[in-house]
Design a protein around this ligand. Sequence first.
Ligand SMILES: Nc1ncnc2c1ncn2[C@@H]1O[C@H](COP(=O)(O)OP(=O)(O)OP(=O)(O)O)[C@@H](O)[C@H]1O
Ligand SMILES: [Mg+2]
Length: 458
Amino acid sequence: MDQLKHISCGIKGLDTILGGIISPSTFLVAGSAGVGKTIMSLQMLSNASKSGEKALYIPITTENPEKLKLYNSTLDFYEDSFEVHSINRQLAEKDPLTTLIEIGNILESIKPDRLVIDPITPLGFGFIEQEKRRFFYTLDSMLQERNMVTFLVGELLKSEIHNSVVSHLSDGIIYLTREDRNTRADHRMEFIKMRGIDPGKRSEITSHKYLYNINSSGFTVYPHLRPETNIKLDDSRIETGIPGLDSMFEGGLFCYNSLLVAGIPGTGKKLFGLQFMLQGLEKNKSSMVVTFEDSPHQMILESKKIGLELEEYVDRGLLHFVCTNPNEMYPAEHATNIKEVIEKNNIKRVFFDGINHMEIAIPDKLELRGYLYSITSYLKSKNITSLFTTDTAPSECPGNEKIDVASIMDSVLILHNSKAKDRRYMCVTKSRGTKHLRSIKEYAITESGIKLRTDTLI
Ligand SMILES: Nc1ncnc2c1ncn2[C@@H]1O[C@H](COP(=O)(O)OP(=O)(O)OP(=O)(O)O)[C@@H](O)[C@H]1O
Ligand SMILES: [Mg+2]
C-alpha cells in the first residue's frame, strides 16, 4: 500500500482540528436522528467532487430517490456532481448478502475516491450478532481493497457504539450530539477514536468536544482558539488615546497588552474604549469592536453624538465589528468569527465592549474565565492591543471592586463615580511587566472625550 497521506476532508473547520484525514481510511459517523450525519457526509462528497475526486453516495433508504434529491437541493453547497445509488432499506435489513453484492457492483463500476453509505447500521438488522459481524467483515474487506475515504453513517447512540462491530472496523469514530440550550440547539462533535493523527494533537482532539453548526450553506465545526506558535512579542509602547493616561503606565501600554476597564454603569467605559480605538484608527491601524448589546449602526450613531466619527473608518475598511446577541452566542463560534475578522483584516486593536454580557452565554465563571483566557492569549500571540470593559458593583473606594476576570488581564483600570463629591476618579490596580502609578486620579468626561485632570490629583 502507498504511504499514508493527509487530505482535506472538505468540512469547514474539521481540517483545522484534525490537520486533514488519512487516505485511505474509514470513519464511522454516529449519532441520533437529525444531528446532521447526512448533511456532513453530503458536504464532504460535494467538496470532494468539486475538487476533482470521484464521489459516491449510497443512501440505504425507503425514500424515493427523487424526494431525496429534492431535499438535498435546498442545501446551498449541494451540487449534483457526485454519483447517487440508493439501496432499499428493507433489502439491507433482510438480505444483507444481496445488499453486499449490490454495493460491490456499484463500487466496481464507479471506482470512487470517496464513499458514503448512509446509514450502514440497517445491514443485517435482526440477524444474530455473530452473523451480523460476518456481513460487516465482508464489507470491510470490500472497502479495504479500494483506495478511498469512506464515511459509514451509524444510527447509534454513544452507549451503543462500543458494541457495534462497525466501530472496530473504523479508523475514526465521529460522534454527533444535539442538546437544546437557550434559544438554539447546541450541536457538539467528538472524536471517540482517531487513528493516524499527529501525536501532538491526539490528546486535545480526543478529549474535547467541538461545537458545530448546520445551516443551508453547510456544516461548520468550530476549532478552539489557540495562541499562535513561535510568538515574538513586540514590546514597543502604544498610546491609549486618553490624554494623561499613558504616563500612568510609564509611557503607554505594551503592544501585546490586554487592558480591562471596569466600573459601574455611567462611568464612561464605552467612551474610553472608543477613544482608545479611535487613536489607533487615526494612525491607520485596523481595529475591531466586539459588542454584545449594540449593533454597529447604533454604536456609530451614538459615537457621533459625542463627537467621535467612526463611519469614515468603516468606509475605509479600517473598522470592523463582531456583534453577537449573548442569548444566541456559542463561544467557539464567536471565537472563530473573531479570528476570521482579525486574520482577514490584519487587526491591530480590539475593543470588547461589556464582557459582563457574556455571562448570559457562559454562566459558569470558570468556563467564562477560560474563554476569555483563550481570547487574550490569542490576541497577545498576535501582538494585538486589546481593551475590555466590564460592569462592576458600586464600591466605597476605587480599587476595592471584586472583578473575577482581573487575573487574566495584563492591566486593570477602575473607573469610579463619587456620588458624594459628584466627581469621577480612576486608578490602575494592576499592570503586568511595567510600573504604574498607584495614586487615584480624577478624570472628566468632556465634549472632547475623557481626560485626566492634572490640576486636581488626590
Ligand atoms: N437548510 C438548513 N438550514 C438549517 N438547518 C438545517 C437545514 N437543513 C437541515 N438542517 C438541520 O439538519 C438536521 C438534519 O440533518 P441530517 O438529515 O443530516 O440528520 P441525520 O443525522 O442524517 O439524521 P437521520 O439519522 O434522521 O438521517 C435537521 O434536523 C435540521 O436541524
Ligand atoms: Mg440522515
